[in-house]
Design a protein. Structure first.
Length: 248
């Protein structure tokens, strides 16, 4: 019987883009693990690895998890299956593995798909990270919600009728995965009377960050990593018009 201790899989949230926003816990883990895995497109660099790069020691074994950036779940399912097998091999041989994830692993994070494949048979620890949601609020200087506000997080790929329906029941909304869905989202916000005060941000906390009023954004040049923040009061901290609401 082998005396090798099984390793641990760490799902590491590396934050929205600024390497300084990585947590101390994530940093300490990255300093000690021998293996690191990271998601990436089929070609080009991994954003998650680029964020973590200043904190990665030399000599690591690296596992790139490359996949086409498409909405369809296949072939991603097969790629996650194969990555889980490779990670599992290292863990069974006693090596800890850190899997990098942009933002937070459990907030629309890619790590959750590996988590589902590994958690029943391995020791898995999730290290939360600063999400793009919180980073965007900080970078725009626009608090997301206050008092008893309800907040909705709405993915851009949702059908327009679904966005309209979900927007009706919330005070504040953050649209993620905007990209090519920008015009649709702006149209919905205009119809809801929420467009004029809404804010647009792309590449939050990164060198190429841009923050603009929604109506000034170029709808034909919107990257995937962009967000729109909107509130029915325009500003979340604005005093409500109804005194009864203000007292809540």
């Amino acid at each position: 019987m082998s005396n090798t201790r099984a390793g641990t899989v760490y799902g590491i949230g590396v934050g929205p883009g600024d390497p300084d926003l990585i947590t101390l816990k994530a940093y300490r883990i990255l300093q000690k693990v021998p293996v690191v895995a990271w998601p990436a497109p089929l070609e080009g660099e991994s954003l998650a690895r680029r964020i973590a790069a200043p904190h990665l020691p030399d000599g690591l074994t690296e596992i790139p998890i490359r996949m086409p950036m498409v909405e369809a779940r296949f072939p991603a399912e097969q790629i996650y299956d194969e990555a889980a097998v490779e990670i599992s091999r290292h863990v069974q041989e006693g090596r800890d593995v850190a899997v990098l994830c942009e933002g937070d692993p459990f907030f629309y994070g890619s790590f959750m798909y590996l988590f589902a494949r590994l958690v029943d048979t391995h020791r898995v620890e999730v290290v939360p990270g600063v999400s793009s949601l919180m980073a965007s609020a900080a970078m725009t200087g626009a608090p997301l919600a206050s008092r008893n506000d309800s907040l909705a997080v709405l993915p851009g790929p949702l059908p327009e009728e679904d966005i309209v329906a979900r927007l009706k029941g919330t005070d504040a909304a953050v649209f993620i995965k905007v990209g090519r869905h920008f015009q649709k989202i702006r149209r919905v916000l205009e119809e809801a009377g929420m467009a004029d005060d809404a804010l647009y941000i792309q590449h939050a906390t990164m060198d190429q960050q841009q923050v603009l009023p929604l109506q000034e954004a170029d709808g034909d040049a919107v990257p995937y990593f962009s967000m729109i923040l909107a509130h029915r009061r325009g500003e979340a901290w604005r005093k409500p018009a109804d005194p009864a609401e203000a007292a809540q």
